[in-house]
Design a binder for this molecule. Structure first.
Ligand code: NCD
Length: 305
């Protein structure tokens, strides 16, 4: 049985196949309207989310399937002390596929061992978020036409930002990709990403403090929110939260083809005036997320038109 816990469990060919399916969904959505008829997706969200959960649900509904689940730990049996493994095993009796978000790193992996149905990691703590990466990859492919030879700037909370960790892993498989990591000292990319991904694959990267100086050299700018919920101390969060704010003035220094991305939710890190700039791609990213989740659900359930 196939699950998706870490983006690296998908080969480059499988990612290409998902992108091809997503493109076909965009071209002919009606072909896919009934492929999951009679199947149920359970969304088990032990941590708040709007877009990821609704994106999964909207994806399954668009495939003709049904959805069930919960959106906070307090409304599940976790509040009574049930283990993740037991919850997954129970839900595997009701649903054909599970999407799980959990504040503890590794929880979806535990669920996958117990569920008896495919489990998708919809974000585990500060660790990984593979389906956001699928949305990001489709966006990069559609906006830039390729993955190779791109300079990708990642800005903000690179320590706790799980979307960055998954994106860096996925993109480091393509030739000529370079990263510019823009963050305060305290929020640098974790050591395991540096040693297990970047150094292991010999990927070129630099770490800088200044966003404006980095902008002119970038093909993609991936902005992130400072992950308040993962801080041990409120004072540190308050001190760091507004370190980077992308404004139209700062963007003047960037190239005309820059693709500005953000997994959302945005707090302060992108001025709303940037939304009107043709380089702003973050709302397209949201739509792309739904198409890629549709493609993934079909792949894991082994169904298609
Ligand atoms: C991200 C997440 O949950 O990690 N959001 C999302 O899934 N689109 C980013 C974030 O919460 O900052």
């Amino acid at each position: 049985m196939k699950h998706l816990i870490d983006i690296m469990e998908l080969s480059v060919d499988e990612i290409d196949a998902l992108i091809a399916t997503a493109e076909d969904i965009v071209a002919a959505p009606e072909k896919y309207a009934n492929v999951c008829r009679g199947k149920q997706l359970a969304t088990l969200f032990f941590e708040p989310s709007t877009r990821t959960r609704l994106s999964f649900e909207s994806a399954m509904l668009a495939l003709g399937g049904g959805v069930l689940g919960f959106s906070e730990a307090g409304s599940s049996s976790a509040a009574k002390g049930e283990s993740v493994a037991d919850t997954a095993r129970i839900v595997g009796c009701y649903a054909d596929i599970i999407a799980m978000r959990h504040p503890k790193e590794g929880a979806p992996r535990v669920a996958a061992r117990a569920a008896g149905v495919p489990v998708i990691n919809a974000g585990d703590g500060g660790h990984f978020h593979p389906t956001q990466t699928l949305a990001d990859l489709l966006t990069i492919r559609r906006e830039k036409g390729r993955f190779e030879n791109l300079t990708v700037g990642c800005c903000g909370d690179l320590k706790f930002g799980r979307t960055v960790h998954s994106l860096v892993s996925a993109m480091s498989r393509y030739a000529g990709v370079r990263f510019v990591f823009i963050s305060p000292e305290e929020l640098r990319v974790p050591d395991y990403v540096r040693s297990e991904v970047l150094d292991a694959k010999g990927v070129a990267y630099s770490e800088v403090l200044d966003l404006e100086k980095a902008l002119p050299g970038l093909d993609v700018l991936y902005m992130t929110r400072v992950q308040k919920e993962r801080f041990f101390n409120e004072a540190d969060y308050v001190r760091l939260k507004d370190t980077y704010i992308l404004t139209p003035e700062k963007l003047r220094g960037a190239g005309p083809e820059l693709c500005v991305m953000h997994p959302l939710p945005r707090v302060n890190e992108i001025d709303v005036r940037v939304d009107e700039d043709p380089r702003a791609c973050y709302f397209k990213q949201v739509k792309n997320g739904k198409y890629m989740r549709m493609a993934l659900i079909m792949m894991l359930l082994g169904v298609g038109p």
